[in-house]
Design a protein around this ligand. Structure first.
Ligand SMILES: Cc1ncc(COP(=O)(O)O)c(C=O)c1O
Length: 364
């Protein structure tokens, strides 16, 4: 019996892909961002399902992720958005994986490794237009491209940048970044593959679709339920745990570490086999809800390492072994990662990627 597990709705993932695909031009590639184990959804099964739906571009953060995708999907395009060291140029070439060049020094090191093998390495250039993280500063692209061309060994086949801030009602910040990107493009071949938008940009702005859009969170079903957006998607991940004990308790019964909760009336407390070691955020102590038997039940007391305690009410017929939903839907009720993220003062991305990778994933 699994104490806690994750269920991924592959049919809904495919619907999400179709919703996105049908609202962007056919000449714009959808680059599915499947880093961090596909935001905890399980990278290889998710990528396989997406490929069945026609996705042939995947983006990851690290080379080891890219290699796993290559083994599963021999023909798709794979982009590594983080740093790949020059000692891995052989693998990049052999496995047809595209790295990004993050700065001139990195580009020259990759170029040297490729030249030493008598090869030309296809790369994408990352331009920093205002994220301040990875990439060549937008106004240094001209000098960088010149130096890389002189060095030889690289073929610049793509160019990208990443928005720091996308606000549909205040597009100034994103527009300023897009302008800097356009400025940088003047120093690159006209036919180069250009990609700029992540989820929020693609959701609200068609002008930045270009040759590809890098899409993560919306395909997992978050951030895209606004009717003003270009498409709508629904969450595909449910997280469940077993009830391992139910006890009838009187009023003023203390629950959990440091007795931070005392019952107000006689009730039943169910203990579920999930805790912060599984990724259930401790900030949900005395704040979160779970679903049992189609009803919302409050998390009472502190979230502990392997267990949480919930008030199922005096009359509920909950018993040991029952299924509880931590993220997902039961009957008419639902609790999604965005609800939990608000309580935890974080973002759905962190709620999802915190779910322990060791928990079983079921694909339905
Ligand atoms: C460079 C880059 N592009 C695209 C994405 C996808 O972002 P989102 O999930 O908001 O679509 C990420 C995610 O962190 C990223 O780092």
């Amino acid at each position: 019996m699994n104490h806690s597990w994750v269920e991924i709705d592959i049919g809904r993932l495919k619907q999400n892909i179709r919703a996105l695909r049908s609202s962007v031009p056919s000449e714009t590639a959808v680059i599915f961002v499947v880093k961090a184990d596909a935001y905890s959804h399980g990278m290889v099964p998710v990528a396989r399902a997406a490929a069945e739906e026609g996705i042939n571009w995947f983006a990851v953060a690290f080379l080891d992720e890219a290699l796993k995708i290559r083994t599963a999907l021999p023909d798709v395009n794979i982009l590594v958005m983080g740093l790949v060291l020059p000692e891995h140029v052989g693998e990049l070439l052999e496995k047809r994986i595209f790295p990004i060049v993050t700065c001139l020094e990195h580009g020259l090191a990759l170029a040297e490794a490729a030249r030493a093998m008598g090869k030309t390495l296809p790369v994408h250039l990352k331009v920093d237009t205002g994220m301040g993280r990875l990439g060549v500063q937008w106004n240094e692209v001209s000098a960088t491209v010149k130096a890389l061309n002189e060095a030889g060994g690289l073929e610049l086949i793509g160019v990208c940048s990443h928005f720091a801030r996308v606000e549909p009602d205040q597009p100034d910040h994103a527009s300023a970044q897009a302008e800097k990107f356009n400025e940088a493009l003047k120093h690159l071949p006209a036919k180069i593959f250009k990609h700029l938008s992540s989820s929020r940009a693609a959701l609200y702005f068609s002008g930045w679709d270009l040759d590809g859009i890098r899409q993560g969170i919306v395909l997992y079903g978050y951030g895209a339920n606004d009717p003003k957006g270009r498409f709508q998607t629904k969450p595909i991940l449910q997280w469940k745990a077993r009830v391992v004990q139910v006890k009838k308790v009187p009023a003023d019964f203390a629950v959990g570490y440091y007795s931070t909760y005392r019952t107000e009336y006689p009730t039943q407390i169910a203990t579920l086999a999930v805790g912060y070691a599984d990724g259930y955020n401790r900030a949900l102590s005395n704040k979160g809800d779970v679903l049992i038997g189609g009803r919302r039940c409050a998390v009472v007391g502190r979230v502990s390492m392997n267990w949480i305690t919930v008030d199922v009410g005096p009359d509920a017929k909950v018993k040991m072994g029952d299924e509880a939903v931590l993220i997902g839907q039961q009957g008419e009720e639902s609790v999604w990662a965005d609800e939990l993220s608000k309580i935890c003062r974080t973002i759905p991305y962190e709620i999802l990627t915190s779910i322990n990778a060791a928990l079983m994933r079921k694909y339905v």
